[in-house]
Design a protein around this ligand. Structure first.
Ligand code: ATP
Length: 889
């Protein structure tokens, strides 16, 4: 079926639907079952089994399997072979679990950000997830919508659609609802059709869905949704890079360990058994020391972070945003709806040259009132519920309160044409049948409106407007704005016939000024505290609004935003003034401005760029059709879950489910937490790896006993994954919002992490070697050198394993002392450490000692092992204390 060459009633009949009432809910349900979800088929999910076997493609695992084969078949060490295989299996299981967990978190994110669409069903307008749309659905479109499915347009009011996703043509196409005469029309010329995945840039429309899901035009092109690796983040990529370098370094050390180990051995013992054993030591050391799980752990921590953020109403759409959020320096926020409640109520109305309060009676034929009602897209549902833009619903509510029969008026003065609102021109107008004439109703920003006004109506008399009258109007506007009211101008004119092609140039000219209306939009109660919290955290809040500068300044002042400028008197700038500034000047002086009023979407891009040129990380909110460029330019584009258009949400990195400024500040806090938790996990893992390498390297160099391969593998198993992930879910640290932003150039190793990795790793190694030396001189076997060596090596082994668990506590706070009340508050961490400690101590069970080649230690020897752990904590505490007192942190 083509539909574009059919008349609308035929399309309605073919698709068994009704334009007036839409599908019934039951019918929609039936069709959903029949046609399936309106979504493009995505790549098939890999099963857990397939994922498990994929782990065996990992280089480290292959090396381990080879090691198992060598120890079993070549060296006949079957217990070693078995333990290595157990380690391989557990590693593969952990890998599978990690992957599944991070993928599930990403899927959950996708689900949270599915787009929605407005449909008419059962004669009611509903917002439903786009996936539930079925053929025959009647869909309502407005600027900023992404078209959810292919449809035949039945209404197109100045409707323009950008179809580049489909045709490659980026200039929006003017759409119409007229039937096309030809039956063969190229896709790009089917102007009465709208296609899935394209977007409305202007106007409004309606259509009947003709195809959904894989049957749409885009579905035909994309047989498979290309799932790029969405878990890839810049810092993770750096980590991967670093991991490769580390791997090479560690492999080199392992090679040295192998060569020195063989050369140092007694020539008489230098046989194949020794060679195999040294080979296995080297391999096990490599497996233990290479932080191969780090990128996966980072992804899991990021993904878990997004879940916490979602609980706080911040839906992260792109994983890298979590890292970046924590580094935010500047939050550029819209005013209406984000800092304020977007619940408008009319407070003042100005007409006939006088300001009236909202409870003073207004006559039914007052043109100010008429323009408020007629130039208005509010939908009035049965029962009087008002649906639409709060600015507009407030005006209808005002008319209701004045006992005006709005519905009857809208029936009588039917809308014939319109020029829709857009945020650049800041006006909207309609042409309405008015007896045998036509009434043009216009409303919008008073400054813009006055430019197009030539006359004024006072007490029913229309006369050319004088400069004095204009000044009076501007004074009334200023007065209302200073009281934080949002002011709209109202105008009208009569024409004898509708326009051939209504545009702003012909409709919005030679207008008669009718009045002003001032609405209060109270601040969100939590906004002021959030601005203050951001300030404490070194984050500057900048207000960007389409509203008038005086209204904006009044609200910014109440919220404490204005006070952040060096000079309060210069803190407010309008879009027009901004246009006059040179790029150089603006970049140099961008920090002077805290409030941008009457801005255009292009201004927003410039503001973001100017801050970025000052090396700042910028978060920017946006909701409109034209906000996509600034959302993309910002380091963090923030969309609005409630009022945002689908296009703006699609361009953003994070969406606020509640449109609330305070949520941004909370998300920044969570972002800082996630970043610092990743640092903790890295600090922990890498310092432990340094400790392991140093221990084995020094044992080899000094000709001491060397830890056995199975012992190294066991330590790797116990200490690598669990404590690191548990560090990743540490709660928010006290005072995290009292620090300055971390700076654009920082990475996971900044802020003293790199040096801590090195000194703490060395400390760990020294303590383990110390425990070994101690072991040579204490315990029950002091007279039996062979047993004594066995004890000493056992002590080194247990110390190396357990000291890492002690050290995990150190890693909870990079600079702060761990002796504080929250140290045991992370139950995941406590559990992980407990499990790891039990698994580690497990080797001392009588029937396990043989497997791990360890002796049973007596209490004194155990005490030495535990003392090494305690020392690890005390020494690190001491260093932290010195660092803090030196004022470093
Ligand atoms: P913010 O950018 O903080 O969300 P805003 O909502 O005021 O502020 P816009 O929606 O772009 O930004 O509105 C800009 C100006 O256009 C408003 O100050 C108002 O004067 C005018 N305006 C807003 N909505 C309408 C409307 N529905 N009809 C006519 N004029 C409007």
């Amino acid at each position: 079926m083509k539909y574009y060459d059919e008349n609308i009633p035929d399309v309605e009949k073919d698709l068994e639907t009704s334009l007036k009432t839409g599908l019934s809910n039951e019918e929609a349900k039936k069709r959903l079952e029949k046609y399936g979800e309106n979504a493009l088929a995505s790549k098939k999910k890999r099963s857990m089994v397939a994922r498990f076997f994929d782990q065996f493609k990992d280089f480290m695992i292959i090396v381990l399997i080879i090691a198992a084969i060598v120890s079993g078949i070549v060296a006949q060490e079957w217990t070693d072979a078995a333990i290595i295989m157990i380690v391989v299996l557990i590693n593969a299981l952990l890998g599978t679990f990690q992957e599944a967990k991070s993928e599930a978190a990403i899927d959950a994110l996708k689900e949270m950000s599915t787009p929605s669409a407005h449909v008419r069903r059962n004669n009611v307008i509903l917002e439903i997830p786009s996936t539930e749309i079925v053929p025959g659905d009647v869909v309502l479109l407005e600027a900023g919508d992404v078209i959810p499915a292919d449809m035949r347009l039945t209404v197109a009011k100045s409707l323009k659609i950008e179809e580049s996703a489909l045709t490659g043509e980026s200039v929006p196409v003017d759409k119409s609802s007229e039937t096309l005469p030809d039956s063969e029309v190229a896709l790009g010329d089917r102007i009465n059709m709208a296609y899935a995945n394209t977007s409305v840039t202007y106007g409004r429309g309606e259509g009947i869905v003709t195809a959904t899901g894989m049957n749409t035009e885009v579905g035909k092109i994309a047989t498979m949704l290309n799932n790029a690796d969405e878990t890839d983040t810049p810092l993770k990529r750096n980590l991967n890079q670093l991991g490769k370098t580390l791997t090479i370094m560690i492999l080199a050390i392992c090679a040295i360990v192998f060569i020195v180990g063989v050369l140092k051995a007694n020539p008489a013992e230098r046989n194949s058994t020794l060679m195999i054993n040294m080979f296995l030591v080297a391999v096990s050391l490599a497996v233990a020391a290479i932080p191969e799980g780090l990128p996966a752990i980072v992804t899991i921590i990021l993904a878990l972070g997004t879940q916490t953020m979602a609980k706080h109403k911040a839906i992260v759409r792109k994983l890298p945003a979590v890292e970046t959020l924590g580094a935010t320096d500047i939050i550029c926020s819209d005013k209406t709806g984000t800092l304020t409640q977007n619940q408008m109520t009319v407070e003042k109305v100005y007409y006939n040259g006088v300001v009236h309060s909202e409870d003073q009676e207004i006559s039914e034929d007052n043109p100010a009132l008429l323009s408020m009602i007629l130039a208005n897209d509010t939908q009035i549902e049965e029962g009087g519920r008002l649906l639409g833009d709060p600015t507009e619903t407030a005006l209808i509510q005002y008319a209701f309160d004045e006992n005006i029969d709005v519905q009857e008026l809208l029936q009588k003065d039917k809308r014939i044409q319109e020029v829709p609102f857009d945020s650049v021109r800041k006006l909207m107008s309609t042409v309405n049948k008015f007896g045998d004439k036509y009434y043009v109703a216009v409303k919008g920003a008073p400054d813009e409106l006055l430019k197009r006004v030539t006359s004024v109506e006072i007490n029913g008399q229309v006369s050319p407007i004088t400069d004095e009258q204009k000044q009076d109007i501007l004074a009334a506007n200023k007065d209302m704005a200073q009281n934080a009211l949002r002011v709209l101008g109202l105008a009208y004119k009569y024409v004898n016939k509708p326009y051939d092609d209504p545009t702003t140039d012909n409709v919005e000219q030679d207008l008669i000024f009718a009045g002003l209306v001032g609405m209060i939009d109270p601040e969100r109660p939590e906004a002021k505290a959030a601005v203050a919290e951001a300030k404490r955290a070194g984050i500057r809040t900048v207000m960007i609004t389409g509203d008038h500068q005086i209204t904006a300044a009044a609200i910014a002042s109440r919220l404490g935003i204005l006070q952040e400028s060096p000079d309060k008197n210069k803190a407010v700038i309008t879009g027009a003034e901004l246009d006059k500034l040179s790029d150089d000047y603006f970049i140099k002086h961008v920090s002077d401005y805290s409030v941008y009023a009457r801005v255009s979407p292009e201004n927003k891009v410039r503001i973001v760029k100017a801050w970025q040129a000052n090396d700042k990380i910028v978060a920017m909110t946006g909701d409109g059709v034209n906000d996509a460029p600034s959302l993309k330019q910002a380091d963090i584009g923030i969309g609005m879950g409630i009022t945002g258009t689908e296009v703006s949400k699609g361009a953003s990195d994070m969406v606020l489910a509640d449109d609330n400024f305070a949520t941004i500040v909370e998300a920044v806090k969570q972002g800082r937490k996630v970043f610092s938790n990743i640092q903790k996990a890295i600090l922990y893992l890498m310092s432990c790896n340094v400790g392991e390498v140093l221990t084995v390297f020094m044992m080899t160099m000094l000709g001491w006993d060397i830890l056995e391969p199975v012992q190294l593998l066991w330590i790797n198993l116990v200490t690598d994954t669990l404590p690191a992930i548990a560090l990743g879910v540490e709660p928010v640290e006290d005072g995290i919002m009292d620090r300055k932003p971390r700076g654009k150039k920082s990475n996971f190793f900044s802020g003293g992490v790199a040096s801590s990795i090195i000194y703490q790793g060395i400390l760990e190694g020294v303590l383990v070697l110390g425990a070994y030396q101690f072991g040579l001189h204490v315990g029950p076997h002091i007279n039996n050198p062979q047993l004594q060596h066995g004890d000493a090596l056992t002590m080194a082994f247990l110390t190396l394993g357990l000291i890492q668990l002690f050290h995990a506590f150190n890693s909870k706070y990079i600079h702060q002392s761990i002796f504080r009340k929250h140290t045991f508050s992370n139950k995941w961490f406590n559990g992980a450490i407990l499990i790891a400690a039990v698994i580690m101590a497990f080797v001392e069970l009588p029937f396990m000692t043989k497997l791990f080649d360890v002796t049973e230690l007596d209490p004194i020897q155990w005490l030495v092992v535990l003392c090494a752990g305690v020392l690890m904590i005390l020494i690190v505490e001491l260093v932290k204390l010195v660092q803090r007192s030196m004022g470093k942190r």
